[in-house]
Design a protein around this ligand. Sequence first.
Ligand SMILES: Nc1ncnc2c1ncn2[C@@H]1O[C@H](COP(=O)(O)OP(=O)(O)OP(=O)(O)O)[C@@H](O)[C@H]1O
Ligand SMILES: [Mg+2]
Length: 438
Amino acid sequence: MVVDDEADFRELMVKRLTRKKYGVSGASCGEDALALVKDRIFDVALVDLKMPGMDGLELLRQLRNVSPETEVIILTGHGSTETAVEAMKMGAYDYLTKPVDLQELQVLLEKAVEKASLRKKNLGLTAAVASENITSFHGMLGNSPAMVRLRSLISKVADSASPVLVEGESGTGKEMVSRALHFESHRAKAPFIVVNCGALPEQLMESELFGYEKGAFTGAGSTKPGLVEMADGGSLFLDEIGELPLGLQAKLLRFLESGEFRRVGDTRLRWVQTRIIAATNRNLKQEVKEGNFREDLFYRLEVVKIQVPPLRERSEDIPLLANFFLKRNHPHKDFAPEALAALQEHSFPGNVRELANLVERGALLSDGEQIQAEDMFGYSHGKAMDTGRPETLAEMEKRHIQRVLSYTGWNKKEAAELLGISLRNLYRKIETYKLTAG
Ligand SMILES: Nc1ncnc2c1ncn2[C@@H]1O[C@H](COP(=O)(O)OP(=O)(O)OP(=O)(O)O)[C@@H](O)[C@H]1O
Ligand SMILES: [Mg+2]
């Protein structure tokens, strides 16, 4: 689309570009241009900056909303570079100074068209994600062989009464898998209850899990059923099972073997049908060797084991996931091709959660509509330090954590999420590196 109030120039451009096999329309003012984009999607708009009525900048602003797929090239008279820079900041693809050098225009057009078609592909991908999301497996995205296998394993074991152990690194999607196990099963209409095994000291945890009778201990003013009862007929998700205090491990094993338990302070046995799903990012076998986890409980849990693969072993899922995380909060933003490439090369120690955080951070820090690699990673990959000596990993980690902490205004919970590590882990690192807010 060529938008210029000067009829001679506009017609000349339309003629020349048509000869170059582009499908071209002309508009003599901003209002006409906006009317044109109502029923046609243009890859590129050449827009004169100075026009009576709506000027080029205002048209650019409006096009961004009504026709985000159109790349805008601004045409300026000489001496208006400042406005051209302004236009670039507002998301113009580039600018050209009049009189237009046709050779230069041709090169620019080809690049802009290429970018527009890449963007269309991205949007197509998003549409695919959006439609897949409806039919997706309980929100679990990914078409890599590893994910396909994971989904079929989940449907196979969902209905069984046997406990399940879900193993995987932090942020791989263990909780998501556990929910899928519940909602894929005949228990879907009964409760799915989550409990973090490391959250409470042993006595409190026991009364939480198995309930208590009035007067069982100081503060037990009334009778309270345990979570295993509340999840009767459904599933109880024991997150971070490796943190479960040893004493309670014995009680859990007894429950797993018989479905029977006693409320704290009650002598009567109770029986429920609650499916136990346990998750851990620790190596439980190692914990058994070190005496932190009961061997018999481990073997009981391990009968049905689901291993959630780390993201680096299914990097073909990265573009799909990245686009999904981007479009759900920022539908008009896109990745620069280098940014997507950088994501695919990243090793993702924090797995899917880290990916979601990186994408969100990139979207918030990016200036235009396009996210660059630096927006996500905070520094360009491989940039040399000026000390001459390359940084150690620890130095880099320290510097990066400091940066993220100041970015979140020392909100540690937010910082831990951005970093893709647990809050506890962050506290440990703050202590190790002696980081301070000052
Ligand atoms: N396959 C997937 N498709 C879409 N989103 C995913 C997928 N896997 C994980 N996520 C998202 O990534 C985030 C982390 O997942 P989840 O909480 O299930 O991980 P986790 O293994 O339990 O992590 P942790 O060990 O830290 O508790 C969640 O926001 C989840 O929705
Ligand atoms: Mg989890």
